[in-house]
Design a protein around this ligand. Structure first.
Ligand code: GLC
Length: 624
């Protein structure tokens, strides 16, 4: 009986606490929150005071665009929409993206308070879901450049190309400090080294949130996503992705946390929480790490967003997941599908007193603050002036330079590199030599990426032909078989140069968790075949991480780690043929065997069979 009266009192108090605001109260044109000349906090408080509970909960709701009923954007006063990986419109062009996003935005601006939605996308190596956009090397390659200015420039270009399509929120950069390269998201990370990640992720935040153009950065995934232990994942058939972060709090603070402080100091105003767990608890439920540490001790004043349906992975029923995560400090829930269920759970939880109005107001205050800071009220729509720059030659030149600086030369013997351009014959082999999809990797047009001619770009084979011109006989065979390549006497041609591209097929997230990392038998067979037919053999590894390459390394005269270079394959040949130098340095320690993983970086042998094949920071320069 007592419980009943307690609930009744709470409910009555809840009704009394509701602002007496009629749903059809349209604020005056001179309402303070509409005045860009006023301080942000004044605009926040004015707008918050005008909002109903429904409008507040709407702001905390982030929905995937393929799940939305357009009328619900206004009907439920939603605060955010996103395109998940590959979430393109029916026609995948920059113009069609802009039309789609602007259409959603107009719905939001038709509401009583006209609060613009914030539309988010994973533009993690360029505006990579958009056909025709420039695709930069994935972060592992940018890590090999060690060039913060170049990273900043790449992220600034990404901001221009996303803003051209009406998108001012980028779920980037990943600031994971990856401890085990068997993780399928290794290539999204700059490095195993905290200082490298600090420097380059901050550069990307600065590039996205520049004075000229503000696209909200989202350092992710908070915290320790890159430190999960092998075989600790409980998600689908993933093995390490979304697993349990290893080490104690002191280790977490020393290795995984610093990039977040660096990003906050650089002005980051949204942070995405990780699927992983720490200390036996899902990150989405961690009140100490989200509220006390991130928002308290580290002074984060932006908003915290969940990962895709991540709060559902908290043990317990959905209502409890919502209560636990919001009370832990989650401000915006990437639902992404059943948004009415989230809104109902929130409404019930506030009515029952399981989530306080103070917590709701804190979350909405943070969301509104960010929308005001980024100028979304003043420029909610796409910028058509930027459309022509999407995939422009100027942007591609920067990406080409990034490719060149990302390549790491692991071996160079027999005076192999740089290659001469005035030879008679070049044999090229490997599926990856002529495939934009393979050289771009995951998070490209599709969530998982895709092989084939999936977007505009230059393959490594195209670039080789372009580099040497028509007088050189370039023969390509994806399997390395040149049976009909004979001279006038009918003898098999011996080519001066052989270039073999090997590596990984595209993947993303846990789909790329791999405990083997060995080269495929077809790749090894191809290397052996080409070896027989060429004077100098160059092997190029196109992969999202170091692999076990010992046999291939022995066969090759030169061996290049190219990572996932993206659309500008000419950046590879610029360096192969000596137009630019090799300068890249390993962002990850390279194993001899997977049995060495995970490395104990505090106690790495420097020689002998237990030592790495190549240490962090290794990289030859041309002519060494
Ligand atoms: C994914 C990823 C996250 C991404 C989000 C939206 O599952 O974990 O990095 O930003 O969903 O696509």
């Amino acid at each position: 009986m007592k419980t009943f009266f307690r609930s009744l009192i709470i409910f009555v108090l809840f009704l009394l606490a509701l602002p007496v605001v009629a749903q059809d109260d349209v604020p005056p044109a001179d309402a303070p929150y509409k005045n860009a000349g006023l301080p942000v906090e004044e605009r926040v408080e004015d707008l918050l005071a005008r909002m109903t509970l429904e409008e507040k909960i709407g702001q905390m709701t982030l929905v995937e665009k393929n799940s939305i009923k357009t009328e619900d954007i206004a009907g439920m006063a939603l605060g955010g929409l996103l395109s998940g990986g590959g979430g393109y419109p029916r026609t995948n062009s920059a113009e069609a993206w802009a039309e789609m996003v602007d259409g959603f935005q107009q719905e939001a601006l038709n509401t009583r308070l006209a609060i613009p939605i914030i539309y988010g996308v994973d533009a993690v190596h360029g505006h990579n879901n958009v056909k025709g956009a420039v695709i930069f090397p994935h972060n592992i390659g940018m890590g090999a450049t060690r060039n913060a200015a170049l990273v900043e420039q790449a992220c600034a270009i990404t901001a221009v190309e996303t803003a051209a399509t009406g998108i001012y929120w980028d779920y980037a950069p990943v600031v994971a400090v990856v401890q085990d390269i068997r993780w399928g998201r290794t290539y999204e990370s700059y490095s195993e080294n905290t200082e490298v990640v600090n420097e380059l992720s901050t550069a990307c935040v600065n590039g996205l949130q520049s004075d000229d153009l503000y696209v909200l950065a989202t350092p992710k995934h908070y915290v320790g996503d890159g430190g999960a232990g092998w075989d600790t994942s409980t998600t689908d058939n993933y093995i390490i992705d979304r697993g349990v972060t290893q080490g104690d709090e002191a280790f977490l603070r020393a290795v995984h946390l610093p990039p977040y402080q660096a990003a906050i100091d650089a002005g980051a105003m949204s942070i995405m929480v990780s699927y992983s767990s720490f200390d036996g608890m899902k990150m989405s439920a961690q009140k100490y790490l989200i509220t006390d540490l991130l928002k308290g001790e580290m002074g984060f004043t932006g908003f915290v967003v969940s990962d895709w349906k991540a709060i559902d992975e908290i043990p317990g029923d959905y209502y409890d997941d919502v209560v636990t995560s919001i009370n832990a400090g989650m401000d915006m829930n990437m639902v992404p599908y059943d948004y009415p269920a989230f809104i109902d759970a929130m409404t019930d939880a506030v009515a029952a007193g399981d989530i306080s109005m103070e917590r709701v107001d804190d979350a909405v205050r943070r969301i509104l603050r960010v929308k005001f800071v980024m100028g979304l009220f003043e420029h909610p729509f796409s910028n058509p002036d930027l459309l022509a720059s999407v995939g422009s030659d100027e942007h591609r030149e920067v990406a080409r330079q990034a490719v060149s600086e990302s390549l790491v030369l692991l071996k160079n013997e027999n005076a192999a590199l740089p290659l001469a351009k005035d030879v008679a014959h070049i044999f090229v082999a490997g599926e990856g030599a002529d495939d934009i999809g393979i050289q771009s990797g995951g998070w490209t047009i599709e969530w998982q990426g895709k092989t084939g001619n999936i977007t505009t770009g230059t393959t490594i084979l195209d670039a080789i032909k372009e580099a040497v011109g028509e007088d050189v006989d370039v023969k390509f065979n994806r399997f390395g078989r040149y049976n009909n390549a004979n001279d006038e006497s009918g003898n098999p041609i011996q080519a001066e140069i052989g270039i073999v591209v090997i590596g990984e097929q595209p993947y993303a997230e846990g789909m790329g968790d791999d405990g083997d990392l060995s080269l495929s038998e077809p790749d090894l067979g191809m290397i052996a075949r080409v070896r027989e037919r060429v004077d100098k053999l160059i092997v190029i590894l196109v992969s999202g991480r170091p692999m076990v390459i010992n046999d291939a390394l022995d066969e090759a005269d030169a061996f290049v780690a190219a990572w996932l270079p993206g659309t500008e394959g000419a950046g590879v040949t610029d360096v192969l043929f000596g137009d630019k130098p090799f300068t890249g340095k390993l962002p990850f320690t390279w194993p001899r065997s997977v049995d060495q993983l995970p490395f104990d970086f505090t106690n790495l042998p420097t020689d002998g069979d237990d030592s790495p094949l190549f240490p962090f920071g290794y990289g030859l320069t041309t002519g060494e």
